[in-house]
Design a protein around this ligand. Sequence first.
Ligand code: ATP
Length: 235
Amino acid sequence: MLELENVEAYYGDSRVLQGVSLSVKDGEFVSILGRNGVGKTTLIRSILGLMDRVEGSIQLDGTDIKRFKTHDRALAGIGYVPQGRGILPKFTVRQNLMLGTFANPKSNRGNGARIAEWVFELFPILREFLDRRGGNLSGGQQQQLAIARTLLSEPKIILLDEPTEGIQPNIVEQIEQVLIDLNRKHGKTIVLIEQNIGFARRASQHFAIMDRGQVAARGPVQELTDQLVHRHLAV
Ligand SMILES: Nc1ncnc2c1ncn2[C@@H]1O[C@H](COP(=O)(O)OP(=O)(O)OP(=O)(O)O)[C@@H](O)[C@H]1O
């Protein structure tokens, strides 16, 4: 379980997160919604240990990870699929996937590590393109590669920052389905940052809406009303 309590995060003197509390239980799919600039990415950066100054408490399965360096947070079970996917364009699909094994405490990390077969069952296209350069894949294929790479670290929780941004609508459905299956069939715990409200409604059990650095509303996804959307998310 990931538990944030009263988290404040700063860029210099500017306090961007103001008392954010969030609880994600094992097996849950939680969507974090909010207009541009309200602090969603900063929240993820705070969980990953990429901010200079964070106050409050961040616990993973009861362990305070706030003092952990970023790579130790990854080893503790925080998986991350970055905005823009973060594929290394000159590395092959195989090499990009191998990077995921470095953050897997159970594998022999990189050297000699094998890419588990279930990855190709989830993403058949990656087997076909194993020796292609990551940069030659389409946006949707790169997104599958980014998700697969994170899964190879066998994280306890997967954080995704706008995975459907800039991806063709028909591929968006595919990405959506993969994430829904990962949660419902494979029991993966997922925190999704999204602007696509339909996706959040279809995929998640819980939501949190951020507004000006705070959690303005939260609850089971059935309570994500049009009124809330209008108040906090309409542009
Ligand atoms: N490196 C930085 N230095 C100073 N201020 C920053 C920095 N990065 C972000 N900010 C500010 O922090 C606030 C929150 O930004 P953040 O990127 O977390 O928002 P967001 O909700 O993820 O937006 P988006 O949907 O556009 O990614 C914004 O006001 C932004 O201008």
